[in-house]
Design a protein around this ligand. Structure first.
Ligand code: OOB
Length: 540
């Protein structure tokens, strides 16, 4: 495995292979197989483009030659920050084929996050759109390139400005090595990196291997009974694990279905695509589900093709869950998942009460779940505790993070999810809360520590503590509590300050509470629970 990654113990790996979970195939090979099998069926629809499986496969091969010609190959890390465009899909598979490793940045990330990712991964290339949602990514890329010595080249989908056009990659001449000469990556090696929605000051990188990800996508595709008739609408960002592989893009392609890319989450655009393309499956966060439930009242579109809407990434309240089937005319599937691995889903044969009240059960018989108290001891059945997990597609360590790994995993290799859950008699997971210091804003994860460090760097801030504020639509918003140093800063000043530091907009605090002191725990740490009560941001 790549240096800086933690492999599964050999015995465990052998078990997963013997069970047929890990099949020794790579994502790049799989696309070839799908192209042979599904040839002229439509694989991908995005904007004005429609690509058959054969066309997608051929494009990927041209990109492979282009990547190799530019010196991007086996083991190289590249940061990919593209919105939901067909180039994202083709590029990902081309990178898988040459064994280069994409890091899945979010379109909303800015200088702070991108520089960190490029530096930490020692990325050699960075892929961006020219503009997205009114933001010009090129000046940012210039700053990052000046700062990160490993970064050799920036590729732009659209107008390249001072950089290289993405299109150059598919125009590579015959001099480049033929695809057959590519040193094929090993199925046990890392295919790409997802970002953790974790608690640390800077996002951690999650290595996902070909074996583990293909197992995840195959298993979820089976659970969702995918076949060639499936039309999947990718609404959330493609780099998100939920959209990419639960079963998402990769799972739907493996089944011969069609992936349709949406550029936004709004009901007008999405409902139009559902009607036009006959969408059968999609996945959204609870906030988007809210928008769609409202939208269904005034957007006049035929949604009858829709069979299932998957909802996950944040807690879905049962009252909202109950409105899905009658309003959108399709089944609800709850998904509790994480970029780190473990996925739980409700099943087609679950009764309606179960589907609306639990977050589902693990997708693999080899997923091991432990629910423990603060001392790490198992809690009695049905009692809430922190969820620990390991299994055939759950990481054993973050990339280049020995120090953090020592606490993020227990001695048996179980990953500490930081989620507070309860298991029902049937083995379904019910998410009760969190022990980790993360705010979930409309499905986006915001690390409290990260925001605290940025706010704490302001000259008129002595100390900062970040807590969630409940919000009827977004679930939670970011609230910052500040002990000022001198003239107290305003919320607008703090937002401008963080913005100038290159922090993604979804992390900016939306509420400021000024205090003289912070309540402390017995151990002298800021008592966030008390802080929430004190600031009136607690639900209870
Ligand atoms: C998904 O992945 P991440 O990595 O962005 O976030 C993982 C965290 C979980 O640890 C949990 O705190 C929260 O998001 N979460 C949920 C949830 N699903 C995720 N909390 C309550 N209810 C749910 N249904 O968010 C993700 C990855 C793959 C599939 C679905 C979601």
């Amino acid at each position: 495995m790549l240096e800086g990654c933690v492999d599964w113990p050999q015995e465990t790996a052998k078990k997963y292979q013997k069970l047929g979970f890990w099949q020794g195939r790579t994502l790049g090979d799989e696309l070839r197989l799908w192209a042979d099998r599904y040839g002229d069926r439509v694989a991908l629809v995005g904007g004005e483009r429609r690509l058959t499986y054969r066309e997608l496969d051929a494009w990927v091969d041209r990109l492979v030659r282009g990547l190799l010609a530019r010196g991007i190959g086996q083991g190289d890390r590249v940061v990919v920050q593209l919105p939901n465009v067909v180039e994202f899909v083709a590029l990902s598979f081309a990178l898988y084929r040459v064994g280069a490793l994409p890091v899945h940045a979010l379109p909303a990330h800015r200088g702070s996050e991108i520089s960190h990712m490029c530096e930490h991964a020692e990325a050699v290339a960075y892929f961006i759109p020219d503009r997205f949602h009114g933001f010009d990514h090129r000046p940012l890329a210039g700053e990052v390139r000046d700062k990160v010595p490993s970064l050799r080249e920036v590729f732009v989908v659209g107008e390249p400005g001072p950089f290289t056009s993405f299109d150059v990659l598919s125009e590579a001449s015959g001099e480049a090595p033929a695809t057959e000469d590519v040193d094929a990556p090993d199925s046990g090696d890392v295919a790409f990196f997802l970002l953790s929605g974790g608690t640390t000051a800077l996002p951690k990188l999650i290595p996902r291997t070909h074996d583990d990800y293909l197992y995840q996508t195959r298993t979820t595709a089976e659970i969702c009974s995918l076949d060639q008739e499936c039309v999947y609408l990718a609404v959330l960002p493609l780099p998100f694990n939920f959209t990419w592989g639960c079963p998402g893009v990769v799972g739907v392609l493996s089944a011969g279905g069609t992936v349709v890319l949406a550029s936004g989450t709004g009901p007008e655009e999405c409902f139009e695509l559902i009607e036009r393309e006959g969408v059968t499956l999609t996945s959204v966060v609870p906030t988007v589900a809210h928008l769609w439930l409202d939208g269904a009242e005034w957007v006049e579109r035929d949604l009858s093709s829709l069979r299932t809407v998957q909802i996950g990434s944040a807690k879905l309240h049962p009252e909202v869950a109950r409105r899905i089937e009658p309003t959108l005319g399709c089944r609800l599937q709850q998904v509790f998942g994480m970029a780190e691995g473990l996925l739980c889903m409700t099943r087609d044969d679950d009764d309606p009460e179960t589907v609306t009240t639990v977050q589902g059960r693990p997708i693999s018989p080899e997923d091991e779940l432990r629910v423990v108290d603060p001392e790490g001891l198992p809690v009695p059945p049905g009692t809430p505790g922190e969820l620990l997990t390991r299994g055939p597609y759950t990481l054993r360590g973050y990339y280049r993070a020995d120090g953090h790994n020592a606490t993020a995993f227990d001695a048996d290799g179980f990953y500490r999810t930081g989620d507070l859950v309860r298991l029902t008699d049937r083995g379904d997971v019910v998410v009760e809360g969190r022990v980790k210091d993360v705010i979930i804003r409309g499905g986006d994860k915001v690390s409290a520590t990260e925001v605290e460090q940025h706010v704490g760097a302001h000259e008129r801030v002595q100390q900062a503590a970040v807590v969630p504020v409940p919000d009827p639509v977004l679930g939670e918003r970011v609230c910052v509590c500040v002990i000022p140093a001198g003239e107290p800063p305003t919320l607008a000043e703090l937002k401008a300050f963080l913005n100038a530091r290159g922090v993604a907009a979804f992390k900016l605090p939306e509420r400021l509470v000024l205090l003289d002191t912070f309540p402390l725990t017995g151990l002298g740490k800021v008592d966030k629970k008390q802080l929430r009560t004190l600031t009136g941001t607690s639900e209870g």
